[in-house]
Design a protein around this ligand. Sequence first.
Ligand SMILES: [Zn+2]
Length: 342
Amino acid sequence: MNPSIPGGVTLWAMLVAALPGASRAQDTLPPADRQLARDILRELIEINTTDSAGHTPEAARAMAQRLVAAGFPAADVQVLIGPDARHGNLVARYRGSGQGGRPILVMAHLDVVPARREDWSVDPFAFTEREGWFYGRGSTDNKAGAAMLVADFIRLRREGFVPDRDLVLMLEGDEETAGSCVQWLIERHRDLIDAEFALNTDAGGGVLRNGRPVSFTVQASEKVYATYLLEARDKGGHSSLPRPVDNPIYHVAAALVRLSQYQFPVRLNEISRGFFERSAQLETGQLAADMRAVLRNPPTALRSPGSRPRPSTTRSSARPAWRRCSTPDTPRTRCRRRRGRR
Ligand SMILES: [Zn+2]
């Protein structure tokens, strides 16, 4: 490993290498290690961890069992149920020599967003491999991350690797919904997860092209959402005499139509600009051209027809710049803004 790379990034690069799949770089891993990562991914995908199902404790226990079976002391592998009985988290400590400073935290989430069988071409909670691709809810977001972390903890331990500081693995139970698990862990179990810095497998990562590493993206910030409540008021009346035009329901409807037609201006910041500049050098064809067009001032293209933004592109975007929410022709429509993050 390149000694100039911080230890955490080096570890993550190793973790990426353990992702099962078809590529030449990954062929350097022994087949048994690839199989292990694949088996863990399968096990996680086949546990339905949507919030309504409430099976994250089961997923946390399954991963704990694997780590203990691989030789991690049971005291260093903790399944923490909370903040309520329906949510489970795992915190495991890979003990280092202690010479490198405070621990590094590596993390993923065990829960997934809902998936209905009728909306999918395959069973979302059955691990399926077709032509080298894995299908199943969470196969990328983010059971792949959880599987890589667990597989690498097991593999590194078997190889006798001793990090120069503790590595702490955290798998938490409700990233996709309330985010209460990580909050609860910070409040109740800070001692277990305290670290110099944290690496989250939920974004960024290595990109291989024909088995050759071409880039490694790091997410700088999380996109946040903003919730608006549109409310229209009126002097009232009797439903036997409805007013088809001057009616608060239609005021809100008109506002929603206008909103659907609005396109937000492209605004770049230092990070998103840097992302497009560097990525344009790695891409070709229309995608590279689009990236360069976005960089022009003003941007000359947002997205070409038929092209799709990549996950890393969408995830790197800055916080929404929504400021105004009333419209001139609906003066009685009030707007309240709520912020949240996920
Ligand atoms: Zn995620």
